[in-house]
Design a binder for this molecule. Sequence first.
Ligand SMILES: [Zn+2]
Length: 466
Amino acid sequence: MTKHELPKAYDFKATESRIYAMWEAGGYFKPHNDPNKPDFDPTVKPFVISIPPPNVTGELHLGHAMFVSVEDLMIRYHRMKGYSALWVPGTDHAGIATQLMVERDLLKTEEITREELGREKFLERTWAWKKKYGGMITNQIRRLGASCDWDRERFTMDEGLSRAVREAFVRLYEKGLIYRGPRLINWSPGLKTAVSDLEVEYSEEDAHLYYFKYMIKPDSGSSTSGNSEAELRESDFIPVSTIRPETILGDTAVAVHPEDERYKKYIGKTAIVPMLGREIPIIADEYVSMEFGTGALKITPGHDPNDYAIAHRHNLPIISMLDKEARVNENGGKYQGLDRFEARKKLWADMKEAGLVIKTEPYRTTIPRSQRGGEIVEPMISEQWFVKIESLANAGLDAVKDGRIKIVPERFEKTYFNWLENIKDWCISRQLWWGHRIPVWYCPDGHMTVAREDPTQCATCGSKDI
Ligand SMILES: [Zn+2]
């Protein structure tokens, strides 16, 4: 007779993986009524959850542990109640995170950039990387005991899912729910590419705050109001400060706080852009802090995210004053062609000569730098693709309001309503190689062809050059 010794402590590691392997091999995670099987009964109501796909680059954290446990509970509960239960697992290609990892790896091991390697080769490398390292998270989900049908595992870049993404894009486009519009992105002038928010590092650095005069256009002719105090004089100005004086060339307004006694009288008047002579409005916005700097703000919507938001509220024009290499473009008058930092010096010197400079002082501030190149990132306007969200959000609101969808716990309804009532159009394009490409083709005349299948000619003019 063989003698068995009982282990001193429960060995969950060996036990759990042994039992999990038995479950998986036994097909216990498969729906009993399977549409791929000949005896499929379409009248049986299934219970299906598609897993919210974790990033393929990811590792399990507490959030995963929670949602996996909750969904496993629901799946197992319904399976035991006799439903044909199916939990479809999968992973997300995680465009930004994955691309960044492969790029870093390339730079470290072979000292080449993604651009040097080229799109096709880079994508090959990324697939290879995914194959090698992408399984971590799914193995961890297995270790949690999740009863997923692993034969049905999907990856968001799979052929089928890619087709679905393209179909969704084309359908939304056909319904008029997709459009192209401007958006402020982080631009790396050295790498000549947009960088995601994740790739920007903010560091505290010594800079300068430049104080200058925004001259106000005098009222023309004599005042008809009879109020001589309201009349603007030749010498009237609003003091403004900035850490990036070159962006003056892209200003489209000067903003003051509506209750600021110093500047109230200028609201609605016209200011003159230094050295360019362009006329811009003086507007009131509560975003302006009366305490910061001079209490007046120059608005450069083409190169600053906060200014961009203000410009939207006030329907201000947006002027780009830099090209892709961060040199002043045609909107910068005689400064065209200068690098952004040369332009800063030259413009400031000219303003000094013109008597528009008040002072400069040392200033500590956060500077956005590219994680990869280390250079200062420039906010720039670029054309991106958006989904019009209002009608979609309304459908989502109605579903909860009329009880078709129930939110548990109920108090989170308020959060949900607040979120969907204030939602902005969704930017769906990225400046990435690792991901689904926007299914839009351009001909030399700039016509757009949006198609489910790769087109051979322009839908508008028939050009084969597409
Ligand atoms: Zn065309």
